[in-house]
Write a protein that binds this ligand. Structure first.
Ligand SMILES: NC(=O)C1=CN([C@@H]2O[C@H](COP(=O)(O)OP(=O)(O)OC[C@H]3O[C@@H](n4cnc5c(N)ncnc54)[C@H](O)[C@@H]3O)[C@@H](O)[C@H]2O)[C@@H](O)CC1
Ligand SMILES: Nc1ncnc2c1ncn2[C@@H]1O[C@H](COP(=O)(O)OP(=O)(O)O)[C@@H](O)[C@H]1O
Ligand SMILES: [Mg+2]
Length: 280
């Protein structure tokens, strides 16, 4: 196992070029948030905006529009029932996140299937939460695109068939090869199995102060923002995993629990610090 450290973050986050605009920094679509789990997609979308994505569009149940906009006027919205707009806009995105708070009912399944049939080869699809559980329970065929799965250990058990005790690096890698995507197995020491490299990676940051609902939803937005902006996708994934946990470690010096929204608020400052020390 290789260690994910701050060096990777410093190598990944570069200073912004003066001659740039929002189009330079990537388009992200976040899909999820039913009536029960609106908070999950608000966290994912907020993390994508605060991580620096140029333009972010959230596809969710319209019941979540007002609460999302009250916290994050920067995000655009589309109703999760508006298949025409989704089909039209999804192919223009660099990165799509699906799953945070999506739920597992019939409507959620249809939205996941629509996403799979609309996504293009050159795009990146981050698959999280309910979307992972739906793929496992309905044995869905995966689309031909750049896939990033972000299961916690229980979701990984559902998707891979490996009980948590048998989730060894060797077994995880075997299933990753079948899925043909990058797999991030989240735990107290998250592991990353990159699709285009044989190296396996383990996070060196993270704290039990992160063990609270919405923490993984937040990670999806950070990964989306980093992949949308930075040239090397593998580096971007590793840097995102570390950044999420490192900000939590910093806040946990003074806090018993760290809230996902606090990590989001601290993203721009941490990223500026990393960009300044780019070549240190
Ligand atoms: N504010 C919100 O709207 C929230 C919505 N959420 C959404 O709720 C849906 C269901 O996700 P959940 O993860 O809650 O439910 P799941 O039923 O998929 O898994 C949760 C259970 O898995 C077990 N588990 C074992 N190892 C674990 C590990 N390493 N990390 C986490 N859990 C582990 C725990 O017993 C835990 O109760 C997802 O769509 C998710 O995005 C959650 O993220 C919680 C917050
Ligand atoms: N004890 C812990 N130590 C380090 N990181 C943790 C710990 N507990 C949770 N995390 C991190 O918090 C996130 C939880 O993700 P997940 O279970 O999907 O949350 P949710 O679905 O509620 O948003 C993961 O990134 C995981 O690595
Ligand atoms: Mg989760």
């Amino acid at each position: 196992m290789q260690k994910i450290t701050e060096t990777i973050v410093k190598q990944t986050i570069s200073r912004r070029k003066a001659q740039s605009h929002k189009g330079t920094y990537g388009r992200v679509m976040t899909i999820g948030g039913n009536r029960q789990f609106g908070g999950a997609i608000i966290l994912s979308t907020s993390a994508a905006v605060y991580a620096g994505s140029g333009l972010v569009t959230c596809v969710t149940d319209p019941i979540n529009f007002a609460s999302l906009h009250a916290r994050l006027p920067e995000a655009m919205v589309i109703s999760n029932q508006d298949a025409t707009s989704i089909k039209q806009l999804l192919p223009t995105m660099d990165v799509v996140v699906i799953g945070p708070g999506l739920g597992e009912n019939y409507q959620a399944l249809k939205l996941l299937e629509l996403t799979f049939s609309t996504i293009q080869k050159q795009q990146t699809l981050i698959i999280d939460g309910s979307a992972i559980s739906l793929i496992a329970s309905h044995h869905l065929k995966l689309p031909d695109t750049h896939l990033i799965f972000t299961p916690h250990q229980m979701e990984w058990q559902r998707l891979s068939g490996l009980p948590i005790k048998e989730q060894t690096p060797r077994n995880n890698r075997q299933v990753q090869e079948k899925l043909a995507g990058t797999v991030i197995v989240k735990s107290h020491r998250t592991e990353v199995y990159l699709a285009t490299s044989k190296n396996n990676w383990r996070n060196t940051a993270g704290t039990a102060a992160m063990a609270t609902g919405g923490m993984g939803d937040t990670l999806t937005g950070i990964i989306a923002g980093f992949v949308a902006q930075f040239a090397d996708s593998n580096q971007a994934v590793l840097a995102a995993v570390y950044t999420h946990s490192k900000i939590a470690d910093y806040l946990a010096k003074k806090q018993y629990v760290v809230l996902p929204s606090q990590i989001i608020t601290h993203l721009p400052e941490y990223m500026a610090k990393m960009a300044q020390s780019e070549n240190d």
